[in-house]
Design a protein around this ligand. Structure first.
Ligand SMILES: [Zn+2]
Length: 882
């Protein structure tokens, strides 16, 4: 285990590597009781570093060193220093070959970093710093080397042996063992190294690139999952085609492989030519996966594939630059999903995640810029800020440049930096150079943390026929950062006349433009824009398409929001107006007496929506979702979770009671029997039918109950079966709930991904997921502490989604979570650190919650032998705000 005290690493202290590795020759001998790793490194002094006398320093973690040779000569123990996480050789020539032999124990590796065993197979996870758990190496992304890897194992138990690149040699060995040698022609940082050995079924397909090269596509899964590969394979081929068409990027090796692994800390990993996936992010069949899972899989397969260029061919110089690959690649996968389905719906989903969770991160103790300036444990920085806000930053660059110049910029970036490890600044520089635009102020998006707040005031001068918007920009203080400079913000806008039609946006008296949509560029603390030639006071449609990750404050009236909800030509803002109206109504009911009226205009708006068959049904389905409790909490200064939960439930109850007949009709109109089809209109209809069902069960409607029971029994695919299950679990029909839960488990007990859904549908439900049940599920035969997906499905879903139960007034939810974090910290610190997140923002809650949350954090802080991962999150959460 790790021994050193947590220390902080700073971007400002970056130094180019003193040594480079040109070639790595690896030989893995895999056994049941451990693995021996032979590593031969061709190393030379980096002349750019200008440190002629520097010692060679290699990273290592949990390794047993068996042999160390320099140019074939075994080094004596006085010739190197091997302490803790560093192996130092003081005196080395300018160029030499280093042989390192280490012994590791993958079978006991519960951290799931480096080489470990999952369901009887060997696999790796090396990002960010897992390679040092395999062998001593300069484990940093700016050291790029060519790898040759020979894997040896028992042939019967491990017939499939994989690594990066192309397989160049294979053969049998003594004692029933065999080997395969892989060679990767592209230099890569060690975090992209991968190895897999197991008894896996291979599914093959083929892809021909635009230039006519044939690529072998292979998926490796456990034999029982052989029928769950089609969707991922189809998604992969769509992604390959899309990247050629949209970015001009072709795949570069002869083989592309995907492996599914059950025990995995992350979603998936883009190792060169050998992507390793969490099973839940790649395996799908209509029987076992919902629409949401199908869409998620399509986007994750694409994401990992896109990394081949944005991440692998051009990689990060250091981990402060993580968003260089992640922000850009999330942007790419998000555009891919938009093109495959409904662009408006995708935008709504991205903005919802951002506004609910990333804005919360930006306002909390872990707030950090898209390019952080420091960290203790890099695993804690795989955050929504790096990924989602990083993606928004790239999106804003495209908005400012326009699609053509943006493509010119990305071409230049790939061409200029192919084979290099670079920085976010290099990315922006390429965009500037290709477009001629000055992005100097824009760079602040990478440096300043916190969500910009825009306060908008407007004025109409009837005499001049001029409408003006005054926009004030403010960026809140965050830990370590105060008094920030204004940022460069693209602000999409439209103006509607009283009939709901878009007006021409003329920025001066002489402007005769017919543009009805514009992107204003905000650069100052206070700016005023005038719109000329307007015969009446318009209704503003602000931040169209969610053109920047900011909060907008404008005193909309409920009538204006109703108006925008039915007339805005921008689909995103149409949805957003509905959200703002619902937030306004729910907020006004927080703490109000039980007999307080629910705004009738909201009920009218939902009545129109439930019956609307004209509007894009995918958008209707989104518009019918009430703002989540997490979002409502995020918008509240001193959140009283129970009061927010009650107010939201009150609205849900009133809407469902009032629209009961319309909901039944909506259900019948949209519910489809028959085979599963995967396209956006079928997905929208299923979402609408299941929303109607959920609302009917929320009010314990008898007809709804019958519909749900029938749907559960007759469902021909998981979307409908899980939809009915979820609705029943969230009702007060306790006998039905218990029966369908038991039936569902019996039916799917052999399928881990479905069992994960079965866990989380209970733990996330405020009606059924009380602490007693959650504790019982931890004892369930299907629960496994070693499997991160199960931990997330039971503990993560309870603390992250079942907010009314987690924030129980007696503090029991907090104490429970603290216990589980302490327990997990010993076996898997990465997962433990992620579970701390629901407690980190304790200062945001009303006093009756705050103390219990803080006490829970203190319990974790005081645990003996706390990992660096959890230490960092807990200490930052408890620190006094600067
Ligand atoms: Zn990624």
């Amino acid at each position: 285990m790790r021994t050193s005290q947590p220390t902080t690493i700073y971007l400002s202290e970056y130094q180019v590597p003193a040594f480079l590795v040109d070639h790595v020759d690896l030989r893995f001998e895999l056994f049941e009781d451990g693995a021996r790793v032979h590593s031969v490194l061709d190393i030379r002094r980096n002349t750019e570093a200008g440190r002629d006398q520097a010692a060679l320093e290699l990273d290592g973690d949990s390794l047993t060193l068996e042999r160390l040779q320099l140019d074939g000569r075994t080094l004596g123990e006085d010739e190197y220093d091997n302490q803790g996480e560093r192996l130092v050789i003081a005196r080395v020539p300018d160029q030499f070959q280093l042989t390192v032999v280490t012994w590791i124990e993958p079978q006991n590796n519960t951290r799931l970093e480096g080489l470990y065993k999952s369901s009887g197979m060997f696999c790796t996870q090396c990002e960010a710093e897992g390679f040092r758990c395999i062998t001593y190496y300069p484990d940093r992304p700016d050291v790029m080397a060519r790898f040759r890897t020979r894997v040896e194992a028992d042939k019967h138990h491990y017939p499939v042996l994989l690594s990066n690149g192309n397989d160049v040699e294979r053969g049998d060995l003594a004692d029933g063992r065999h080997f395969v040698t892989w060679e990767d022609p592209f230099p890569k940082p060690c975090y992209l190294f991968a190895l897999v050995a197991g008894d896996l079924t291979e599914k093959r397909d083929h892809y021909t690139t635009q230039s006519g090269r044939g690529i072998d596509l292979r998926m490796y899964v456990e034999p029982r999952n052989a029928d769950k590969c089609d969707h991922a394979m189809d998604s992969l081929k769509r992604a390959m085609r899309w990247d050629e068409e949209v970015y001009g990027r072709e795949y570069d090796l002869d083989i592309f492989m995907i492996v599914a692994v059950d025990d995995f800390n992350m979603g998936a990993m883009e190792n060169k030519g050998l992507n390793i996936f969490n099973s839940s992010c790649v395996l799908a069949s209509p029987d076992t996966a919902t629409d949401v899972a199908f869409e998620r899989i399509e986007s994750i397969v694409a994401h990992e594939y896109f990394h081949n260029w944005s991440g692998n061919r051009v990689t990060c110089r250091d981990w402060f630059q993580l968003s260089l690959k992640e922000g850009f690649t999330v942007f790419r996968d998000s555009e891919f999903s938009s093109d495959m389905g409904s662009a408006t719906v995708k935008r709504i989903e991205d903005a919802t995640l951002l506004r609910t969770a990333q804005f919360a991160e930006d306002a909390g103790p872990m707030a950090h810029p898209v390019r952080p300036a420091s960290y203790m444990e890099i695993s804690n920085f795989y955050t929504l800020t790096i990924y989602e806000k990083g993606s928004e930053v790239v999106r804003m660059i495209r908005t400012l440049l326009g699609p053509e110049l943006f493509r010119k910029g990305s071409d230049l970036y790939f061409e200029r930096h192919d084979g290099q490890a670079v920085t976010t600044d290099d990315f922006v520089q390429a965009m500037e150079d290709a477009s001629g635009r000055d992005l100097g102020q824009f760079r602040l998006w990478y440096e300043q943390a916190g969500t910009p707040e825009l306060t908008v005031r407007d004025d109409y001068d009837a005499g001049r026929q001029v409408y003006s918007l005054t926009i004030e920009q403010r960026i809140p203080d965050t830990p370590g950062q105060r008094n920030k400079k204004p940022q460069h913000i693209p602000f999409g806008i439209g103006l509607l006349d009283s009939n709901g039609k878009d007006l021409s946006l003329r920025l001066s008296a002489g402007d005769h433009s017919h543009l009805t949509e514009r992107v204003l560029e905000l650069t100052g603390e206070l700016q005023t824009f005038e719109f000329h030639g307007l015969a009446e006071r318009p209704v503003p449609s602000l931040l169209r398409g969610f053109s920047a990750p900011v909060r907008v404050f404008y005193p909309w009236t409920r009538d204006q929001l109703m108006f925008l909800m039915s007339h805005d030509s921008d689909g995103f803002n149409r949805w957003d107006a509905g959200q703002r109206l619902a937030v306004d109504v729910i907020s006004s009911l927080v703490g109000a007496p039980a007999e307080a009226e629910v705004e009738p205009r909201l009920l009218t708006a939902y009545r129109h929506l439930v019956s609307d068959t004209e509007l894009d049904q995918a958008l209707v389905a989104k518009m019918l979702q009430l703002p989540s409790e997490a979002y409502l909490i995020e918008l509240t200064a001193e959140a009283d979770v129970q009061a927010i939960h009650a107010a939201r439930n009150r609205v849900l109850q009133e809407v469902a009671d009032t629209l009961r007949d319309e909901l039944v009709a909506c259900y019948h109109r949209n519910h489809q029997s028959g085979d599963y089809t995967y396209n956006s209109s079928a997905i929208a209809r299923r979402a609408l039918a299941n929303t109607a069902l959920a609302w009917l069960l929320h009010i314990n409607d008898e007809e709804g109950r019958e519909l749900a029971l029938r749907q559960f029994k007759d469902a021909s695919h998981m979307t409908d079966q899980a939809g009915a299950l979820r609705a029943l679990v969230n009702s007060d029909f306790e006998a039905d709930r218990d029966r369908v839960l038991a039936d569902f488990f019996r039916q799917w007990r052999e399928d881990p991904q479905v069992v994960e859904q079965w866990f989380s549908v209970q733990t996330a439900s405020p009606r059924c997921g009380d602490l007693e049940r959650v504790r019982a599920l931890l004892e369930h035969e299907a629960f496994d502490w070693k499997n991160p997906n199960k931990v997330r499905a039971v503990i993560g879903a309870f603390a992250g989604q079942n907010l009314a139960r987690f924030h129980a007034p007696d503090g029991s939810g907090y104490r429970f979570l603290a216990q589980q974090i302490c327990r997990l910290d010993d076996s898997n610190p990465q997962i433990a650190a992620r579970l701390v997140s629901p407690l980190t923002r304790w200062r945001k809650f009303a006093p009756q919650y705050r103390d219990g949350m803080k006490a829970a954090l203190e319990t974790v802080r005081d645990k003996a032998g706390l990992s660096r991962d959890v230490y960092e999150v807990v200490h930052k959460s408890l620190a006094e705000p600067a």
